[in-house]
Design a protein around this ligand. Structure first.
Ligand SMILES: CC(C)(COP(=O)(O)OP(=O)(O)OC[C@H]1O[C@@H](n2cnc3c(N)ncnc32)[C@H](O)[C@@H]1OP(=O)(O)O)[C@@H](O)C(=O)NCCC(=O)NCCS
Length: 347
């Protein structure tokens, strides 16, 4: 089949997530494009289907497909968050390998961008993964569409079974640092009073992590928002494990969390790790992640790999991860486009 890059490159249509055939066709394109990524982060069909049809109380999401001669050749997912970052639109585009460089990706991206702009979004942000030391096609593609690299992150992965024998030596390192903090572990939303203490840490999180130029703002965390987010994850088949560290006086000292699908627990993904500035320098970051790894292994023996993503400049977190046996597996770049304000506005 030959394709011309002139004229309308493909028909773009919204996917009804309750139309199983249409949803499956969307998933097949994305799964094929994502198949070679280390740690295989894109979920299998049963897990993906549950996730894609689950309601999103905190986000509005649209899926698109691009068809040529009736064949689905590209897919897109665009979302906007409803209770934080009201300026952001989050597009993502995948095009089947044999249909690239003929305008399919551009048609999908333009459709997703227009959808986000209709919802008042003024900054568009997308994440492009690349193999280590390489630059994937998504980077020049986004740049040609007006996006700039706003941040570079390293994805690291730890093999739980292979690293388990090192954990007792790490316990000794933690003990020798003399922190008086204790840790609590929660599956799902922590109950009161731990929920408010977790919120105090989450409120600091976006301000404390190196973000580069990414226009991400912190949410105003409340116990209710934490419960809503975790309930939405559970409805999507995902379970969150949180490790919370408390100082001797009960004050919040740090947290680490990870999410996995109990129906397919192979891969756990770290959401965040933070040690309160007053508690730094006493190996609490190591203690939190060590507990996280142990608990994942104990509660879901099928959990083999933990995946985490940190800004390239985040040396402290990289040092903790090195000790736990994480190895770099890929690079992700945050590509961001700031839209010019609508013309005719006053200043
Ligand atoms: C990035 C991706 C979506 C591009 O899809 P596509 O259908 O090939 O994109 P288009 O044909 O619309 O490309 C438009 C322009 O982007 C640029 N571009 C696209 N791929 C490129 C590449 N491999 N190298 C250099 N520039 C590239 C070119 O300027 C291209 O125009 P040209 O072909 O006339 O030179 C596709 O490679 C893909 O699915 N990659 C994996 C997922 C991903 O990284 N998505 C990006 C996140 S939004």
């Amino acid at each position: 089949m030959t394709h011309s890059s002139s004229g309308p490159p493909a028909d773009v249509a919204v996917v009804d997530v309750h139309d199983e055939r249409a949803l499956r066709a969307w998933w097949e394109v994305v799964a094929a494009v994502e198949a070679d990524r280390p740690t295989a982060p894109f979920p299998d069909w049963p897990v993906a289907r549950t996730r894609l049809v689950a309601p999103h109380p905190s986000a509005e999401v649209v899926l698109h497909v691009a068809r040529r001669d009736g064949e689905v050749v590209g897919a897109a997912r665009t979302s906007v968050l409803l209770d934080e970052n009201p300026h952001l639109g989050l597009p993502g585009v995948w095009v089947a390998a044999h249909h690239r460089r003929s305008g399919v990706g551009s048609a999908l991206l333009r459709t997703g961008e227009a959808w986000a702009v209709e919802r008042g979004r003024t900054v568009l942000l997308t994440e492009v993964p690349s193999a280590l030391g390489a630059t994937a096609p998504g980077v020049p593609f986004a740049q040609v569409h007006g996006y700039d690299v706003a941040g570079t992150n390293t994805v690291r992965a730890a093999d739980l079974r292979a690293t388990e024998p090192t954990w007792s030596a790490l316990d000794d390192r933690v003990a020798s640092a003399g922190s008086d903090a204790t840790v609590q572990v929660f599956v799902g939303a922590p109950p009161a009073p731990y929920d408010a203490r977790l919120c105090a840490l989450l409120d600091r999180f976006v301000d404390e992590i190196p973000l580069g130029d990414v226009a991400l703002e912190g949410a105003a965390w409340t116990p209710e928002l934490v419960r809503t987010r975790i309930a939405a994850q559970e409805a999507a088949g995902r379970t969150r494990l949180t490790v919370l560290a408390l100082g001797a006086d009960g004050s919040p000292a740090g947290f680490a969390d990870a999410t996995l699908s109990p129906a397919s627990p192979r891969l756990a993904e770290v959401g965040g790790t933070l040690v309160h500035p007053q508690h730094r320098g006493r190996r609490l970051g190591l203690a939190l992640k060590l507990t996280l790894h142990r608990e994942l292994r104990a509660r879901w023996p099928g959990c083999q790999v933990v995946r985490t993503e940190n800004a390239e400049v985040n040396a402290a977190m990289a040092h903790v991860n090195d000790q736990l046996g994480y190895v770099a597996v890929e690079t992700t770049r945050d590509l961001q486009k700031r839209l010019s304000p609508p013309s005719g506005g006053s200043d």
